[in-house]
Design a protein around this ligand. Structure first.
Ligand SMILES: *Cc1c(COP(=O)(O)O)cnc(C)c1O
Length: 469
């Protein structure tokens, strides 16, 4: 039988609200969420009292109030924690889609913060005082960097492809090689995208070989477009043949229809100049005769999530007039960040210093090895004698489907099992590192946890995390 007197120890919610320890939280978040948290904690306390009244009877009302207040502060801290946790990306995949792709340069972050915090001339022409166009801020620069006539920006490259197809091929056929019916992570499959955009897929050729005559034979009055999709995340090797872009453009133009190319991770400069594997540039694709080119703003370009469509002015105009454009448009912060990143491309030479993505991609093995030497003792100490911890040659990959077979030599710290130890110890260690306040994310491979240090920039923060283990 619960001693009913114990419940009288719980002060009313409004009294608990006056506890000094709650005032900071109330000032920051308002009274209502704090009240809810207090009620939730009072319920928990009532249940605890009902089952063990004796433990509480000696407490004062003041102490009970303070305990509830403290529990409410903890509860609210959990409820109001920021959406995202910053993590150390030591997976060896530089553009990691699940980890938010690229880190942005400080200039872009500053531009995004201004756009977020103020009213801006997003769609307002300051000269005329009339309505403006949100794309106008970037269009000239995108055209300068790609050689295209016109450009528009949408939510991501997937949106760019959907919008393009829906505008130019609704209810009509799009000819595409069977070798390019790709699936990109996250259920983006070209055949499904076609269908949802309202276009009819007309596949030609075979998986490994497609010829000009295949495209020519497929042309009909129903054909709206000839399309090429960059095989971003796989490669067909061996007995293969694909039709070069210039030839596809000629075939399409011979039939009076546009040739469009989805580059996926389009590059604005030749990556080979930085010692990276070559990727087709947007400019080269435009020069080869593509009437429209779509590419991502946050793959190799290194900007915020966005998709860019460039090409013929008349086609871009039609795309912008499609009501779907409104549904797929980007917000002011993204436009501000993207413009800021694009501005860096005006001086390609300094890109590796100024664009974090390129800094990571072009980081030398020597430099990464120095990082390994600096942090290795700390890692060793933190994980303990249970494991063998050592430097290791490894390969990083660009990620996001870009150049999947081109791996960049890198250096890692490998944490391996001592012989006879069970794999569980390693998965447990990986889980422990993921549970740190700033999680450390590596990759498990062949009985080792590999921490590729290519993307480690905050060594001090990393060591602090490990020391807290
Ligand atoms: C990545 C990719 C897409 C999708 O781009 P998102 O910006 O991720 O939406 C579309 N097409 C190709 C060829 C890609 O590689």
């Amino acid at each position: 039988m619960t001693d009913q007197r114990v419940f009288a120890l719980i002060p009313p919610v409004d009294t608990i609200l006056k506890q000094p320890s709650l005032q900071q939280t109330i000032a920051a978040l308002g009274r209502e969420p704090v009240k809810l948290a207090i009620r939730a904690e009072v319920d928990i306390l009532r249940r605890a009292m009902a089952s063990a009244a004796a433990e509480y009877l000696s407490l004062s009302r003041e102490v009970v109030a303070e305990r509830v207040a403290e529990a409410a502060v903890t509860r609210i801290g959990l409820e109001f924690k920021p959406l995202f946790r910053p993590v150390f990306n030591l997976t060896g995949t530089v553009i990691h889609t699940n980890l938010g792709r690229s880190r942005l340069p400080d200039s872009a972050i500053a531009a995004m913060a201004i756009a977020a915090g103020e009213a801006v001339d997003l769609e307002y022409n300051l000269e005329t005082g009339k309505r403006g166009d949100r794309d106008s801020h970037l269009e000239a620069l995108i055209c300068e960097l790609t050689g295209a006539e016109a450009a528009t920006v949408v939510n991501n490259n997937a949106a760019a492809v959907v919008l393009l197809l829906n505008t130019l091929a609704l209810g009509q056929e799009v000819i595409i090689s069977r070798g390019e019916l790709v699936e990109i992570g996250g259920a983006f499959r070209i055949p499904d995208v076609m269908e949802s955009a309202g276009a009819k897929l007309r596949e030609v050729g075979t998986t490994n070989r497609t010829h000009a005559r295949d495209f020519e034979a497929a042309l009909s009055p129903q054909t709206a477009l000839v399309m090429k999709v960059h095989a971003s995340n796989y490669e067909i090797r061996g007995f293969t043949s694909a039709v070069p872009e210039a030839e596809l453009a000629a075939i399409a133009h011979g039939a009076n229809i546009p040739f469009v190319s989805d580059l996926g991770s389009g590059c604005l400069v030749d990556m080979a100049r930085f010692g990276l594997p070559p990727e087709p540039t947007v400019r080269a694709t435009v020069e080869a005769g593509a009437d429209l080119v779509t590419f991502s703003g946050d793959k190799l370009l290194g900007g915020p999530q966005s998709g860019i469509i460039v090409g013929r002015a008349d086609l871009i105009k039609r795309i912008k007039e499609n009501p779907l454009k409104r549904a797929l448009r980007v917000d002011k912060t993204v436009l501000a960040g993207l413009l800021s990143v694009l501005q860096l491309y005006r001086d390609p030479e300094s890109l590796p210093q100024r664009l974090p993505l390129l800094a990571d991609l072009t980081r030398s093995v020597d430099d990464i090895e120095k990082a390994v030497q600096r942090v290795l003792p700390v890692v060793r100490e933190a994980v303990g004698e249970e494991f063998v911890t050592d430097g290791l040659d490894c390969k990083s990959q660009i990620g996001s489907g870009a150049l999947p077979l081109e791996l960049m030599p890198s250096r890692a710290i490998a944490i391996s099992l001592r012989s006879g130890q069970s794999d569980a110890a390693l998965t447990e260690l990986a889980a422990t590192l993921r549970a740190l306040p700033k999680p450390i994310i590596g990759r498990l491979s062949d009985g080792s946890l590999i921490l590729d240090l290519r993307c480690l920039r905050d060594e001090q923060g990393f060591c602090e995390q490990l020391r807290s283990l």
